[in-house]
Design a protein. Structure first.
Length: 416
């Protein structure tokens, strides 16, 4: 079993994506003015705001045309804003092909504020908020941001740059790499071309894992579709900010109030080993959608729930982390579930032990009360922010101090 999994708890910021296009909320281009005719052309003596607003209309008109090109599969039309042969043109080409491979169905930017005049004469910055989704036109929209730079040139404005993405959850995989993708009923799996031969098995395991993860959705509302990215060594260091603990094999990162993207680390994860890790990470995406309290002293519960899903009903004595838990107990573990989370620099065995404690505690609750009551306890603690004491009384009718001690006794007994 791959035990080095982690839920990365990031503040969901406003990510930036290059190559933005403008669509109306029904997925078709908004009915706006033609480029250059949106407003009266500035005249000598006009206020600077006149030029700004006039140029903003022209920029949006160009992006509307790019939107049509994206949805219709017109690569040349999508690249028309960039000078051929430039790095920007190559960037747009890569994004176009990746977004098409992922079957983008909506891409709906709006101008975020007014254009901003830059120091160099004739140059402007246009900030956009972009809503998008993949595969099905009716899917729940995700939101990102993009900052573009333009030059006011004769004929029409020219796109000159797309600012590099910034933020703790940036860049998204499709901002930096040309990806290939496979799409199933419940999942979308994308990876760099170097790993395209692994897509069939990745998708097969993802679809099976989704059936397990769906059962852990609070209020029976699983994600519309799980987005899974399989990262090579270079991509692993870059996507969503990189900088993961060395022991990390995969993570789930929030990209919206209700959505998580999932990333798997190809390093040390050979074909045939995808299923368990996918069940773990997809369960995070399913169980944490809309959650409020995730980290800190609830870590054991969040990870224990995902580990329980990953185990998929197997006998407890087959859990590969048992010996690590035994080692932790022998080393003098204080028996507090709320303090069991590993540090970034924890040794591999300590990480395995931490996840094992969470798994065994949740497994004990499931064996005693059943999946439904444990999911209710999870909802109360992680989603509603209730204390373990209040949640335990409501979900189980038992004092949490008693249950906590019972869980710890079970952990120690099972590991020994």
């Amino acid at each position: 079993m791959v035990i080095g999994t982690v839920l990365v708890l990031l503040l969901c910021g406003a990510p930036v994506v290059a190559g933005a296009v403008v669509l109306a909320r029904n997925g078709t281009p908004e009915q706006g003015p033609d480029t250059g005719t949106a407003a009266a052309s500035p005249e000598p003596g006009d206020a600077p705001t006149v030029t700004r607003d006039w140029l903003g209309d022209r920029v949006m008109g160009l992006l509307e045309k790019q939107a049509t090109a994206l949805l219709s599969g017109d690569e040349n039309g999508y690249l028309a804003l960039a000078e051929p042969g430039t790095p920007l043109s190559r960037q747009l080409r890569r994004e176009f092909r990746t977004l098409r491979a992922m079957q983008v169905t909506k891409w709906q930017p709006e101008l975020h504020g007014k254009l901003v005049r830059l120091d160099e004469p004739g140059t402007w910055r246009a900030d956009l908020i972009v809503q998008h989704c993949f595969v099905t036109p009716a899917c729940e929209l995700n939101e990102i941001t993009i900052a573009t730079r333009w030059r006011d040139t004769p004929g029409q404005p020219q796109l000159t740059a797309i600012d590099p993405p910034s933020g703790a959850d940036r860049p998204r995989p499709w901002e930096t790499d040309e990806l290939v993708a496979s799409i199933g009923d419940r999942t979308l799996v994308a990876t760099p071309r170097a790993f395209r031969d692994r897509l069939p098995e990745l998708l097969r395991e993802a679809e099976k894992a989704a059936k397990v993860a769906d059962r852990y959705a609070v209020d029976d509302s699983p994600p519309e579709r799980y987005l899974i990215f399989y990262a090579g060594p270079n991509e692993w260091k870059l996507w969503y900010g990189g900088d993961r603990p060395e022991w990390t094999a995969g993570y789930a990162v929030p990209v919206g109030a209700e959505q998580y993207d999932l990333v798997l680390n190809s390093k040390g994860l050979a074909p045939g080993q995808y299923g368990e890790l996918m069940r773990h990470e997809l369960t995070h995406a399913s169980s944490l959608s809309g959650a409020g309290r995730i980290g800190g002293d609830a870590w054991w519960l969040v990870e224990g729930m995902a580990e329980n899903a990953a185990a998929s009903g197997q006998s407890v004595n087959r859990y590969q982390g048992l010996r690590a838990v035994e080692r932790l107990v022998d080393a003098g573990w204080d028996g507090k579930l709320e303090d069991v989370a590993p540090d970034d620099d924890s040794a591999d065995w300590q990480v395995a032990a931490s996840y094992g404690v969470g798994y065994l505690a949740v497994r004990h609750l499931v064996d005693r009360f059943g999946d439904e009551d444990v999911l209710k306890f999870f909802e109360l603690v992680v989603h509603d922010g209730s204390s373990e004491e209040d949640a335990s009384q409501e979900a189980f009718g038992v004092a949490w101090t008693t249950l906590h001690d019972d869980c710890v006794k079970y952990v120690k007994k099972t590991a020994s």
